[in-house]
Design a protein. Sequence first.
Length: 260
Amino acid sequence: MNLLDHLRRARVIDLTHDYHPGMPHWPTHPPFAYSLTKLHGDQVIGDGVSSAADLIALGAHNGTHIDALCHFSQHGRLCGGLEVAPLQSYTGGLAAHGAETIAPIVRRGVLLDFAAQGPLGENHEITPAELERAEREAGVGIAEGDVVLLRTGWAQYWPDPVRYVNGQRHPGPGLAGAQWLTKRGIFAAGADTVAFERMPSPGMAVHAHFLVEKGVFLLENLDLEAISGAFSRTFAFVAAPMKIRGATGAPLRAFALIEE
């Protein structure tokens, strides 16, 4: 069976939230803004044809997105030990590890579901023991190069931005959980929360561990509700970030392919 035959048999599950004014956003990042700039009927050409057009403005970390490795530094250095000061400017972004360097992602995805009994509480830290249990329940061993997605159930709150952002408090892994994941050599980790790790996290140790120490990408604000109902906990994870030069992150259209 060739690749196209496999694709014809696959179920496509969208893992991306839609973008709209008023959508949840992290308070230190700008919100998403949208407007029509031209209405149908403003200009009519032959045979009564007209078109509409739009303007959007957004932060690189709005909605479902990927954190580029240049998003965080530690002790003045980026991933790989690069000194960050000479590499950054307000108008040019980061000259290393920017979003434009992230290739389209086509890898095995693994879903670890912690919300079978409902969304996790806002103070819940996902521990290594819980990760191991979820891995056993998924019936698959996490392998090098995988994209591992953690379902906390918080995507259910997405329609209510105040509840979703929750004063910057939500569940997620702490540093021990992050180290459990990176020891397996994963390519990226993602979650259905606004900041991946358990928040609040004054030192953002998980982000620093993934992005600076290990060079592992983070995916945030994923919609993992539909895929939680699928029979398989492994799938083809496909995503492509916007190719924004020097950006610290980029909106991401992500989906899963599950053969049925």
